[in-house]
Design a protein around this ligand. Structure first.
Ligand code: ZN
Length: 511
């Protein structure tokens, strides 16, 4: 019989949330344990927040698990155990090593399989605190605009920003010029400079009146906006603006772009520069290209290398080739990704969660609305009484103020619930989409720019040491990797259906 310890926790910052009191948690777990016939050897009660690591009693519990004194933990909900990546990661690690054999929650089904660990990750990570962390750098308004299909930024050449209705419209004159530029370029007979001169002659220039730079021309031809796609922070969205460039013309321009070595070299050479620091001395990693001449075939090949600038102290870190570094990026991105086949599982899980939460919110709102009505009735009665001269002025004011304050408090609560209801759902959904995109990109060969973009989305503080690449992932991505990487494999269909109707499953891959 497994030896379980019960861990109950409630901290002062849980006040706002619907967390049971310690006494209620104890009571529920007692019932749950007797129903499930669980062997409880000890109880631990702690009143500390789990938002930061370092809860003394919790750490002692995990130490005891490591020593083999305990085999399982029972808690009211996963969020009683962990709300930060360190504690969550440690629990999952103990499950991976087998020191911890089981977790039980009256409110959450858990099974020690890769799928179960993945869902546990989500439970650890779904608290508002984490998703907040995740979306720190994302401007909400921008995102919403993008999702509606509106471009939040400056209109590309050939379009203009309509300031009145805040949309982007085709500009009749410049759109014709841009279209001609695409047509000229697609023939393959015109250089970037020639295109830039043509556009300047027609009145499209930089702010200072000079012709557009080669980079500006290149990025114009690359802009998927022209075929109705919005690119924002590594994700693609459907735009709702009108297009004046056909997909065929756009694709022709892309084909010509590929043949232009200049743009190719440019993107190629600088794919990972300005991003990585040396893991030994902390100086920046720079890139340089070397040419090698092959006598036999009379051909010159370009090789790109990355190395430490050694600008801080002497440093003996070796060079790495760009191909090698690309592989390292690929592996890293893959480690923090979700296989696209998880999407349906996640979606249905989210849908259930959303449905459940909206029911809870409805119930809460109903109770509050009732209270509000009661208070309002009391106020009216009080006024009647006062008008009938059954109350003196002073008593009336005192009572009236109390009731009014009370009413305000309830209204605030209603407002708060309306604002924060399922606050974590949207960023969580966005996170899983990004992680799925990361998986797709990690499996695409050679698109270094996209690889760089997703890596920057996953984390920061990139380091290269002894030919190994390190990244400091954001919490949610860290949690993905902590789950034994289960999410980076495709789930077998049986596992999903088994998972949806929870019972023991035989994982196809080891956690
Ligand atoms: Zn160095």
């Amino acid at each position: 019989m497994l030896k379980y310890l019960v861990y109950c926790r409630k901290s002062t910052d849980d006040k706002e949330k619907q967390v049971l009191s310690i006494e209620a948690q104890v009571e529920e777990i007692k019932q749950f344990a007797s129903r499930e016939k669980l062997n409880i050897v000890d109880w631990v009660i702690e009143s500390k927040t789990a938002k930061a690591p370092g809860r003394p009693k919790f750490n002692q519990v995990l130490d005891r698990v490591e020593k083999g004194e305990l085999e399982g933990i029972i808690s009211w909900h996963p969020d009683r155990l962990a709300r930060n990546s360190v504690d969550g990661g440690r629990i999952i690690y103990l499950l991976d090593t087998g020191n911890l054999k089981d977790l039980k929650f009256p409110t959450f089904w858990f099974d020690s399989t890769p799928q179960g660990k993945f869902m546990l990750n989500i439970a650890f990570g779904q608290s508002k605190y984490y998703v907040d962390n995740l979306s720190v750098n994302v401007a909400r308004g921008m995102r919403q605009k993008i999702r509606r299909g509106d471009w939040p930024g400056k209109a590309p050449y050939g379009y203009l920003n309509n300031r009145q209705n805040k949309s982007i419209e085709v500009e009749p004159k410049t759109s014709k010029i841009v279209k001609t530029a695409f047509q000229l370029f697609s023939t393959g007979h015109h250089s970037f400079t020639a295109i830039s001169k043509f556009m300047a002659g027609e009145g499209i220039t930089r702010g200072n009146g000079k012709p557009l730079s080669i980079n500006q021309i290149t990025s114009m031809f690359k802009k998927k906006f022209y075929i109705g796609t919005l690119e924002y922070k590594g994700s693609l969205y459907d735009g709702n603006h009108h297009c004046f460039i056909s997909k065929r013309l756009f694709n022709q321009a892309q084909a010509v772009l590929k043949t232009r070595s200049r743009s190719h070299d440019y993107a190629h050479r600088f794919a990972f520069t300005g991003l990585i620091k040396c893991g030994q001395c902390g100086a920046s990693i720079t890139s340089e290209s070397h040419q090698k001449y092959y006598k036999g075939t009379d051909r010159v090949a370009q090789y790109v290398y990355y190395r430490c600038t050694k600008k801080i102290t002497p440093c003996d870190q070796p060079y790495v080739s760009e191909d090698y570094l690309t592989k390292q990026f690929n592996q890293t991105v893959k480690k923090y990704s979700i296989h696209p086949d998880w999407k349906p599982t996640i979606d249905s899980w989210l849908a259930q969660k959303q449905a459940k939460e909206s029911l809870e919110i409805k119930a809460k709102l109903k109770t509050l609305t009732k209270k509000l009505q009661d208070t309002q009735t009391k106020l009216t009665r009080l006024l009647d009484l006062f008008l009938d001269s059954g109350l003196d002025d002073k008593t009336y004011r005192l009572k009236q103020n109390q009731l009014f304050e009370n009413k305000k408090k309830i209204e605030d609560k209603v407002q708060k619930i309306r604002n924060n209801g399922s606050h974590w759902l949207e960023p969580f959904n966005e996170f899983t989409n990004c992680a799925i995109l990361a998986h797709k990109i990690a499996h695409k060969k050679s698109d270094r720019d996209q690889l760089r973009q997703v890596a920057e989305n996953i984390g920061s503080n990139f380091k290269l040491k002894d030919k190994k690449f390190f990244i400091n992932p954001k919490t949610a991505y860290f949690m993905l990797a902590a789950g034994g990487g289960a999410t980076t494999f495709d789930p077998c269909p049986n596992a999903i259906s088994d998972f949806v109707t929870p019972r023991g499953i035989e994982p196809r891959f080891s956690g």
